[in-house]
Design a protein around this ligand. Structure first.
Ligand SMILES: Nc1ncnc2c1ncn2[C@@H]1O[C@H](COP(=O)(O)OP(=O)(O)OP(=O)(O)O)[C@@H](O)[C@H]1O
Ligand SMILES: [Mg+2]
Length: 236
């Protein structure tokens, strides 16, 4: 009898064709992880990159709302093939929760996420963007462990408390040897942000553009995010 966990090998095999994995994280709620992950995926696809987006936030999946992706479902084909929306291969835990709050906890969430990582067929991708579960719970750590090589795009906000949790999260990533692509301060009112590599300003027009990808790509938010992504070397 052997009790070696086969899943890391299966997941590594599934992600073999993915050149870069960008994990959009943030230790606080409501600081723009989902709008950043979704808009970044749209920007990358617009630039011609083969792009995937995976919403892993079991408690509050929202990328489908940001994108306005309705009526989609993965195809079962030797695993699950993500549907394509606006050039982005899109996978979300919402496909399996039917829009209900999912009462999964702890190990259950981790298991479900690992299961999804193990069965999703991404094929060849230049970028896979992960909208991570908030915080640094078991589920988030498991994703970083299983999606080997993922780089963290850390989102923070201009508040003392957000900066404090950010500092602690960066320390932990260092300890875990997880590469950090960069820190982006979102919801900025302009000016330089201490400890951030780039800023995204508060955009009063963003809310109106949610659910409309073409409008979303034209927002000041998307422009700032594009500038941040260039600065962090995601594209030219
Ligand atoms: N730069 C910005 N300008 C204006 N509104 C913003 C900006 N960034 C985020 N928001 C708004 O803030 C709200 C929260 O954003 P979002 O859902 O992406 O955060 P989150 O970090 O993913 O939250 P959660 O922790 O709940 O998953 C949304 O309504 C979004 O439109
Ligand atoms: Mg979110």
């Amino acid at each position: 009898m052997t009790d070696i966990d086969p899943r890391p090998t299966v997941i590594a095999e599934r992600l073999r064709g993915v050149k870069r994995i960008v994990a959009v994280t943030g230790w606080k709620g409501g600081i723009g992880k989902s709008v950043t992950a979704s808009t970044l995926a749209l920007l990358l696809a617009q630039k011609g990159f083969k792009t995937g987006l995976f919403d892993l936030d079991f408690a509050g999946a929202s990328d489908h709302l940001v994108l306005g992706a309705k009526g989609l479902f993965p195809k079962e084909e030797k695993g699950l093939e993500p549907p394509v929306f606006r050039g982005v291969k899109f996978m979300s835990v919402v496909f399996f929760s039917e829009n209900k709050a999912v009462p999964l906890r702890g190990a259950n969430v981790s298991d479900a996420i690992i299961e999804l990582l193990a069965i999703t067929q991404w094929g060849e991708l230049d970028f896979l963007v992960l909208d991570m579960p908030p915080g640094i719970n078991d589920a988030a750590l498991d994703v970083m462990r299983f999606a080997a090589g993922a780089e963290v795009l850390a989102i923070t906000a201009p508040s003392l408390l957000a900066h404090d949790v950010l500092a602690r999260s960066l320390e932990l990533y260092k300890k875990l040897k997880v590469p950090v692509l960069g820190v982006v301060e979102n919801l900025s009112s302009g000016g330089r942000a201490k400890g951030a590599d780039a800023v995204i300003r508060r955009d009063p027009g963003l809310e109106r553009a949610l659910g409309r990808p073409a409008a979303l790509l034209k927002t000041a938010f998307a422009r700032d995010l594009g500038r941040a992504a260039r600065k962090l070397g995601l594209f030219k």
